[in-house]
Design a protein around this ligand. Sequence first.
Ligand code: HEC
Length: 168
Amino acid sequence: MADENIIMGHAEDNDGIEEYDNSLPDWWLALFFACIIWGGIYAVMYHGYQQTSQEKLYLAEVAAAEEQWGGAAEVDLAAVEITPELIAAGEPIFTQNCVACHAADLTGGVGPNLVDEEWIHGGEYADIVKTVTDGVPAKGMLTWGPILGDEKVRQVSAYVYSKSHQAN
Ligand code: HEC
């Protein structure tokens, strides 16, 4: 650096600390301006031309997932046919997971009676599937969806539905 050190001369205001007033080093200025130019280019690329902003990546991923799995999760429950096979498949699932609270004859215990006319969350097949899938965690009814998976939930719900509609 060719410059002489220039002193600001207000050390008495600053606990005796002197401050230089030298011009900024060239390397520092070069970095500074390079950053400004880079920032401009980056902003234009990011908001304007570039294809890989986070938003676009996200939308592309969602579109790909939609293509791969789309529709599969959407089952029209009202249209599910409650076949004897579906009910039969549900029985052992009920025995294994549900009797502790709803009893083997479904008349209830910790959990409510499932074969009387009273329903807290609705007694249609779609209602039962929804209650079993989502559970009622605040009341001690587990969220079975992730535990059993959609298919088993549909089977065990068919079993509950058939039992309750037999009794009535
Ligand atoms: C740990 C005890 C427990 C277990 C195990 C359990 N439940 Fe429940 N269940 C409950 C309770 C408590 C409620 C009442 C929730 C409320 O009050 O909203 C309930 C509610 C329900 C309802 C709604 C009843 C209504 O009147 O609307 C259905 C259907 C049901 N359970 C099915 C099942 C099935 C199927 C299983 C096995 C996969 C199961 N439950 C396992 C405790 C349990």
